[in-house]
Design a protein around this ligand. Structure first.
Ligand SMILES: *Cc1c(COP(=O)(O)O)cnc(C)c1O
Length: 421
C-alpha cells in the first residue's frame, strides 16, 4: 500500500497534486512519500516485535539524506555498502551504533572511516577482508565488531543479477568453511565476533528460500556456540520483494516474514537485524515524466517521454516492469491503446515498456512510473549529458526538493581541458 492516489481526477503524492510539483521543478523528477516510508519501516518493526531487533535500511536502494533522516528519526539503523553511504548515514544524524557495514570489497580506508566514526558491526565476506580488518583495527588500537557473511547455498529464485546466496555467487563465505573462518576470527587481534550475517538476494517473492537459509543460520548458531563463540546477533539481510504489477501474485507480507523469522531463529535469544531496502523504499516513490511526442511507427505507436534509461535503469538493466499511469485520471470507460514507451536516449535499450496498454495520451501529458523509489534515483547517470533529475519529498500537503537538478554549467565545469591543449 502507498500514498499515491487519484483525488478529484488527479494523481496525488499524499495531499499534493503531482502537476503542482511538475509546475515548480519541471519534469522528469522522482517524488517520495514520507508516510509510505514510515509505514513500511513500522511494518517491519511490528513484525519482529517482541524479539530484540534493529531494522537497518539498505541505503543503496534509496540514499537521499532526507529520506535517511525520515527513517533514522524513527530509530532505524542503516546498512551501508561503501564509505560514501557511511557518510550519508552520518549526515542524516544516524549514530555509528546503528550503522552496519556490508559489502564484498571494503577498502582499508573505508574500515578506518567506520572505526573512527563508530560502527555497529562489519559484515565480513572473506578471509582476506577479515585479516585486513584485523590489521587496521589493531593498528588503531580499536576493536571491530564483526559478523561473518555466510553463503548458505540457497536458490533465491529471483533474477540472476540479484541472486546472491548460491555458492557460485561472489558473496559471503561458503557455509562449509564457516567453522574454520570463525576459529580464525576468534584468534585475530582487533576482532570481536558478535554474530552471523546472511543475505541471499533481492526481490524474493516467496518465503521458502529465506526459511531454508535462516534454518541453516540457526543450526550454525548452535554449532558455533558449541565451538565457544559468543553468537549474540543474527543479521538476516534484506530481499523481501514488492508487487511491481497490480496483477501478479502478492509477495509475502512483512508480518508473515516476521513470523517465519520467529519460527526459525526466535528461540536462540539473539538480537535480530534485518536489512530491507526495496520493501521500504520501492513503493514509496514515483518517477514523473511528460510526453514529448507520440510517434506513429510500423505497426506500433511510440510514446516518447522525457525520462530515459539513465534516470530509471531497471527496465533496460533487468527487463523490469514498472506500471505507468496517467497523472490525469482517465474517464472510466476510456479504451486502452498499446504503446511502446521509450526515452530520448540513443539506444534501443532505452525502452520502458513494449505493447503497453494505456489510455490515449498526447504531448505534454504527465505520466507516473510506479514503484520507482528503490534502485531508481540511486542508479541514475548523466548518460547523453542528461542532468540527474530532481528528488522531491512530500509530507502531507507539503513538498520540498531534496536534491536539485544540476545546471548544465555545473555538469560542463566538471570536465577540464589539459593545459597542453
Ligand atoms: C542489496 C542488499 C540489501 C537490500 O536488498 P533489498 O532487496 O533492497 O531489500 C540488504 N543487504 C545487503 C547486504 C544487500 O546487498
Amino acid at each position: 500500500m502507498d500514498h499515491f492516489l487519484y483525488k478529484n481526477g488527479t494523481l496525488h503524492a499524499e495531499d499534493v497534486p503531482l502537476p503542482d510539483i511538475a509546475a515548480q521543478v519541471g519534469t522528469p523528477f522522482y517524488v517520495y512519500s514520507t508516510a509510505t516510508l514510515e509505514r513500511h519501516y513500522q511494518l517491519f518493526t511490528e513484525a519482529l516485535s517482541p524479539l530484540p531487533h534493529l531494522v537497518c535500511f539498505a541505503i543503496k536502494s534509496l540514499s537521499n539524506i532526507a529520506v535517511l533522516k525520515v527513517l533514522g528519526d524513527l530509530g532505524a539503523g542503516m546498512d551501508v555498502v561503501s564509505g560514501g553511504e557511511y557518510r550519508r548515514a552520518k549526515a542524516a544524524g544516524v549514530p555509528g551504533s546503528r550503522i552496519v557495514f556490508s559489502g564484498v570489497g571494503k577498502t582499508r580506508e573505508e574500515m578506518r572511516l567506520a572505526l573512527e566514526g563508530g560502527v555497529r558491526q562489519f559484515n565480513v565476506e572473506s578471509e582476506p577482508e577479515l585479516r585486513a580488518l584485523s590489521e587496521v583495527a589493531a593498528s588503531m588500537g580499536a576493536t571491530a565488531p564483526i559478523a561473518l557473511r555466510i553463503n548458505p547455498d540457497v536458490d533465491a529464485k529471483t533474477h540472476e543479477k540479484i541472486a546472491t546466496g548460491k555458492k557460485d555467487n561472489k558473496f559471503g563465505i561458503p557455509i562449509d568453511r564457516a567453522r574454520a573462518v570463525y576459529a580464525e576470527a576468534a584468534r585475530l587481534p582487533g576482532i570481536d565476533v558478535v554474530g552471523i550475517d546472511v543475505h541471499i538476494g533481492s526481490q524474493l517473492t516467496a518465503l521458502e528460500p529465506f526459511e531454508l537459509a535462516f534454518t541453516k543460520v540457526a543450526e550454525l548458531t548452535e554449532t558455533l556456540r558449541g565451538d565457544g563463540h559468543n553468537i549474540r546477533r543474527l543479521d538476516l539481510g534484506g530481499g523481501l520483494g514488492i508487487p511491481y504489477t497490480r496483477s501478479n501474485e502478492a509477495p509475502p507480507l512483512p508480518l508473515d516474514y516476521g513470523a517465519m523469522i520467529k519460527r526459525t531463529v526466535g528461540h536462540l535469544g539473539c538480537e535480530i537485524e534485518i536489512e530491507p531496502g526495496r520493501l521500504i523504499s520501492g513503493n514509496a516513490g514515483l518517477l514523473v515524466s511528460s510526453v514529448i511526442y507520440v510517434k506513429q511507427g510500423e505497426g506500433r505507436d511510440f510514446l516518447i517521454v522525457d525520462a530515459a534509461m539513465n534516470d530509471l535503469a531497471r527496465p533496460s538493466m533487468y527487463g523490469a516492469h514498472h506500471d505507468i499511469v496517467p497523472v490525469v485520471e482517465p474517464a472510466p470507460a476510456t479504451a486502452a491503446q498499446e504503446f511502446d514507451v521509450v526515452g530520448p536516449v540513443c539506444e534501443t535499450g532505452d525502452t520502458f515498456a513494449r505493447h503497453r496498454p494505456l489510455t490515449p495520451l498526447s504531448e505534454g501529458d504527465l505520466v507516473a512510473f510506479r514503484s520507482a523509489g528503490a534502485y531508481g534515483a540511486v542508479m541514475a547517470s548523466e548518460y547523453n549529458t542528461r542532468p540527474l533529475i530532481p528528488e522531491v519529498l512530500v509530507k502531507g500537503d507539503q513538498f520540498a526538493v531534496i536534491r536539485a537538478r544540476p545546471s548544465f554549467d555545473e555538469i560542463l565545469n566538471r570536465d577540464t581541458i589539459p593545459t597542453w591543449m
